[in-house]
Every structure is written in C-alpha cells, then in structure tokens.
Design a protein around this ligand. Structure first.
Ligand code: SPD
Length: 282
C-alpha cells in the first residue's frame, strides 16, 4: 500500500494525505468504499478515490449542511437526508429538539457499515428518531408519501451514483416533497475546480427556476479539493438570511455550545460570495 493518499482534481494537481494503514476496502454494487488511518486527520473515508470525510474535519461539512437548513425552517420536525450514509448529517439534525423523525435514504449499505466500524464518533445510528433506508434517493423523493420540513442532499461528487443529484428533475421532486415552509440544502462542490462548474451551474439554475429563494453559501473543508466548498440553500418561504432565522440560531445556545464551526455569525458570513464565485452561477 502506498504511504500516501492522493486525490487529483486537475491533472497532477491535488491533495496528499499521509497514511498509516488501510482499515477497510470494499467494492460494493455501486462504488469502492475505503477507510484509512492517516498521520494527521484521524480515519479517512474515500469513495471511488474521492475524500468523503475525515474524523478531524468532518464537523465543518456536517454542521454547515445541517444547521443552515435547520435554523432557516421555523420548526423542523420531519427531515429527509439523501445520502449521508456516514451518519454525520443525521447526528447534527438530531441535535434540534423539534425533531420528530429523520429519514436517511442511503443507496449503499457499505458506507454505513464502514462508518459504524471506523467512525464511531460520527453517526448516531441508535437514535430512535433516525430511520435508515437503503434505497435510491432519487426514486424515494419521486414517490414520497408525506412531505418533509427539511431535505438535505448529502451526496457524493457528480460522478457515479450521485450524478442524478445534480439534475433539475430531481430538484423538482424535492420541491414537491417539501412542506410550505420547507427548506433544502445540498453540497455543490468546489468553486476552485473548473470541472465541477457544469454541475454547479445546473443545480443553481434549477433551484433559481424552481424555488422562491435560493442562495449559495461557502465553508472551508481542508480535505476537500482546494479547501473551499459550496453548498446550496433553497427555500419555499423563509430567507436563510432573514432576521427570524438568525434570532432563532442566537437563542439556541443549548445546540450552539456543542458545535465547532457553525454559529450565527458564520451562518451570515457564509452567504457572502467572492466575485469569482458569483460569476460561476450567474
Ligand atoms: N468531494 C467531496 C464531496 C463529498 C460530499 N459528501 C460527503 C459526505 C459526508 N457526509
């Protein structure tokens, strides 16, 4: 086994992580799921050679994809997570006392298996409010029976099984699957990696057409390509930058005190976009 993990996002340019050993490797029906012990980042999960999470930096992604949506909705009770098999997003959502049910629809059981074995601090899989379904998320949203207050798209990159999560049809189904005050967040790749631009443009133009409110926001994840990561927040009525949203967040000290990245200032600031990023989705 090489002593380094390399993820190239442009020719020979990429990310290098020092490895200690390979802990898990399984080619599922859908993808290759691997877990390594690293020299700096704790355990690291990759899917088809792309970093999904490390123990040390996972809090950024999971807090930002969850709490922006959860505080934007006035009282989120039912949440749907598409993907999210490592359990980190569900863990954050379940911190909100208004929650009654979280349905996590993960296509690949192997991701959950790897997380339970090697990321014990990430998932909250024994929480009785969490219902894990091993199904295709796109088909699930299309045939949704009862609408959700929040939908979080915690998928992989736009290659392989996650490709459909960047298509307009999918977001049309999501819109229909949301309650009138419903809010959606999704991971939308790095603004520094040009090969992602077509997917980013597709998602933001779909959200813009379909939802009354849609915005990009940013966060900083050291192990994702180029470190700067974008997410989308689309909403049927609440503006994620509305006063009510930030007040709700301010007053939830019981949740905030246990977080490592998200706070109301970060929430507000995350929506400030550099000009080159605005241009990608204009
Ligand atoms: N290139 C990284 C994209 C990863 C998005 N999903 C990560 C899963 C974490 N729950």
């Amino acid at each position: 086994m090489p002593l380094q993990y390399n993820e190239y996002y442009n020719e020979q340019t990429g990310l290098t992580i020092g490895l200690k050993k390979l802990l898990f490797s399984k080619q599922s029906e859908y993808q290759l799921v691997e877990v390594y012990e690293t020299d700096t980042w704790g355990n690291l999960m990759t899917i088809d050679g792309m970093v999904m999470l490390s123990e040390r930096d996972e809090f950024v992604y999971h807090e930002m994809i969850s709490h922006v949506a959860m505080f934007t909705h006035p009282k989120p009770e039912r949440v749907l997570i598409i993907g999210g098999g490592d359990g980190g997003t569900a863990r954050e959502v379940l911190k909100h006392p208004s929650i009654q049910q979280v349905d996590m629809v993960e296509i690949d059981k192997t991701v959950v298996e790897a997380s339970k074995l090697h990321f014990p601090g990430v998932g909250d899989f024994n929480n009785p409010k969490l219902n894990v379904l091993y199904e295709d998320g796109i088909a699930y949203v299309k045939n949704m029976k009862k609408p959700y207050d929040v939908i979080i798209i915690d998928g992989s990159d736009p290659v392989g099984p996650a490709e459909g999560l960047f298509e307009k049809d999918f977001y049309q189904f999501c819109l229909k699957a949301l309650t009138p005050e419903g809010v959606l967040t999704a991971q939308t790749e790095s603004p520094w990696v040009e090969s992602y631009y077509p997917s980013m443009k597709k998602v933001f133009s779909a959200l813009d057409d379909l939802f009354p409110i849609s915005k990009m926001y940013l966060n900083y994840i050291p192990l994702y390509p180029a470190g700067m990561w974008s997410m989308a927040c689309a909403s049927r009525s609440e503006d994620p930058l509305g006063d009510g949203v930030l007040q709700r967040a301010e007053s939830a000290q019981n949740i905030l005190s246990a977080l490592s990245y998200y706070n109301p200032d970060v929430h507000r600031g995350a929506f400030a976009l550099p000009n080159f990023v605005k241009k990608i989705i204009q």
